[in-house]
Design a protein around this ligand. Structure first.
Ligand SMILES: [Zn+2]
Length: 227
């Protein structure tokens, strides 16, 4: 009997689903695996995800959003809340596929005195009423700090977070005691260069992602100055 055959069928199903989702992310060009990658921190790793590319393929995003919506289909949802452009695209797809036909609202992330903050436009604040059922959606979750802020925000306005869904969860985070449902749950192993097993094997180091950060700035245009 193989190791896989001895596993609980639910675990196998989760693993299979995760593989499918990883394959989808690979096809968007966002997910890189089986490589030897230099991270901006100087650490080495075998996997990398380019966050901005995750939601570039509408049909993939719709499919992934529908899986999150299905997971939360048994609970009534009044609104889906997210922050950041990638999460907003995904949250639209989740809302579209949820049987409650929730509305979509979004906050903005920022820093204030070196601390993270999330702000919600006044037009959206009015929509969260006492007892409003809110589903939080994120693209990538690493520490859960943004989600914690969103939970506080919803509770301050009298709403109730009924669930949290995301595409990718890096750690086994719980937010405010709530589990986070994710399509992929993976943490990359990162290595100190001195202890990196890939360096030891002599695998060439891919510096592309760090180089790109330094060498290329975002494109921008501006209106000409009026004399
Ligand atoms: Zn290495």
């Amino acid at each position: 009997m193989t190791a896989a055959a001895r596993k609980d069928p639910t675990t196998v199903e989760v693993e299979v689903r995760e593989k499918i989702h990883l394959e989808i992310l690979k096809r968007t060009g966002a997910y890189h695996a089986n490589d030897h990658i230099l991270l901006p921190s100087g650490q080495h790793t075998t996997e990398y995800i380019e966050k901005t590319l995750v939601t570039t393929e509408p049909s993939f995003t719709e499919g992934l959003g529908a899986v999150i919506a299905k997971h939360f289909a048994q609970w009534p949802v009044d609104m889906v809340l997210s922050t950041g452009p990638g999460a907003l695209i995904l949250s639209h797809c989740v809302a579209r596929a949820h049987p409650s036909r929730p509305i979509v609202i979004y906050g903005a992330k920022g820093l204030s005195g070196g601390k993270r903050r999330v702000t919600l436009p006044v037009e959206f604040q009015r929509l969260i009423r006492t007892g409003s059922k809110v589903l939080l959606v994120e693209d990538l979750v690493s520490t859960g700090s943004t989600l914690n802020l969103l939970v506080n925000l919803v509770e301050q306005l009298g709403g109730q977070v009924i669930g949290i869904g995301c595409l990718w969860r890096r750690t086994s985070v719980e937010v405010d005691g709530q589990p986070v449902f994710s399509l992929v749950s993976r943490d990359f192993p990162t290595y100190d260069p001195a202890e990196c097993p890939l360096c030891k094997k002599g695998v060439p180091l891919n510096e592309e992602f760090v180089r790109r950060r330094h060498a290329r700035r975002p494109s921008s245009v501006q209106e000409p100055k009026v004399p």
